[in-house]
Structures are given as structure tokens and as C-alpha cells.
Design a protein around this ligand. Structure first.
Ligand code: SF4
Ligand code: SF4
Length: 164
């Protein structure tokens, strides 16, 4: 149990951390799907959807496939990590009729976009991403704690995929 002093220190740490968040006032974002699927499509060229073993298993289960059968068909190795395969036009292999065909079990990075560390680095990187994602700047305010939560989930996912 924390004593009075450590509680005060924890509160100060939290205040300091929050003071450093450029997005403290929250950010406007609402995904425009099903009208948009730009971040799943090959519009930006080749991309990667990094996977943990648990995520591969969840996808295999969802599709009613054995793990090995699933990985042979849908997973490629990139150095020491694993990504979903893409269609010849660089669309994600699971993009179908303008939507995600595995939505309930989509991997972490699909859930956390656009709150990725490289995008959240600064207002400038966020503004640059807005040129690619029409959901950025939309009418829903995402508060700073939720953004932090998404960022942490994304970072943990990246650590578990082995790319960070
Ligand atoms: S690009 Fe943005 S608005 Fe479009 S599907 Fe992706 S997150 Fe949603
Ligand atoms: S798994 Fe689904 S959400 Fe993720 S990139 Fe592919 S189509 Fe998009």
C-alpha cells in the first residue's frame, strides 16, 4: 500500500506526464468506415500488419482453420517478425468488399490506429497523418487518457510481435 508521500509523488509524476502530452485536450477522430478503408488498402503501397502468435491463433480459430494451415496461407515472415500477407495490389488479405472480414479478431495495430507512436510523436506527425485518414479531425473527441490507453496497447502489441 502506498504511503502519503509516495501517493503525492505518484500524483506529481502523473501531473508531469500529463503536462508533457501535446494532446492533453484530446484529439478529434472517428473512423469513417464503412465508407473508407484506406488504412487497410494498398493505396499507400506495401504495408505490414504485425502479428503475435496469439493473434494468429485467434484469426485461425475465427476462420475455422488449423494454426499451420492459417500461417501458410496468410502469414509472411519479415526478418524476425510476422505480418499478414497482402493481395497483389497491396490491399490487406482480409480486406473484402470495402471492409475487414475478420473485424472481431483484427490485430492490435488495426485496433489502435491512428494512435501509433510514430503518428503521436508531435502535432506535425498527427497533422501529416490526417492527409491520409479522413477520420482524423472528425466530430468525435477522444480524450487524452483514452489516447494514452491506445498508445500503451499499441506499444505492448509491438513488443509482443518482436518489432520493438
Ligand atoms: S483511413 Fe481512417 S477513416 Fe479510413 S478506415 Fe482507416 S481509420 Fe477509418
Ligand atoms: S486485418 Fe482487417 S482491419 Fe487489419 S488491415 Fe486487414 S482488413 Fe484492415
Amino acid at each position: 500500500m502506498a504511503d502519503g508521500k509516495s501517493k503525492a509523488e505518484a500524483a506529481k509524476l502523473l501531473r508531469d506526464k500529463r503536462a508533457g502530452r501535446w494532446y492533453e485536450a484530446g484529439l478529434n477522430f472517428r473512423c469513417q468506415a464503412p465508407g473508407c478503408s484506406d488504412c487497410c488498402s494498398g493505396k499507400r503501397g506495401e504495408g505490414y500488419v504485425w502479428l503475435t502468435a496469439d493473434e494468429m491463433q485467434a484469426l485461425a480459430d475465427y476462420l475455422g482453420m488449423e494454426f499451420d494451415q492459417f500461417t501458410r496461407k496468410y502469414v509472411r515472415q519479415v526478418d524476425y517478425a510476422f505480418s499478414l500477407t497482402e493481395k497483389p495490389n497491396n490491399d490487406c488479405v482480409f480486406l473484402k468488399d470495402g471492409g475487414c472480414s475478420v473485424y472481431p479478431v483484427r490485430p492490435t495495430q488495426c485496433r489502435t490506429y491512428p494512435f501509433w507512436p510514430n503518428i503521436m510523436r508531435a502535432p506535425e506527425t498527427w497533422a501529416k497523418e490526417a492527409q491520409q485518414c479522413p477520420g482524423i479531425g472528425a466530430d468525435t473527441l477522444v480524450d487524452a487518457d483514452e489516447i494514452e490507453n491506445q498508445l500503451e496497447q499499441d506499444l505492448e502489441g509491438r513488443r509482443r510481435t518482436g518489432i520493438q
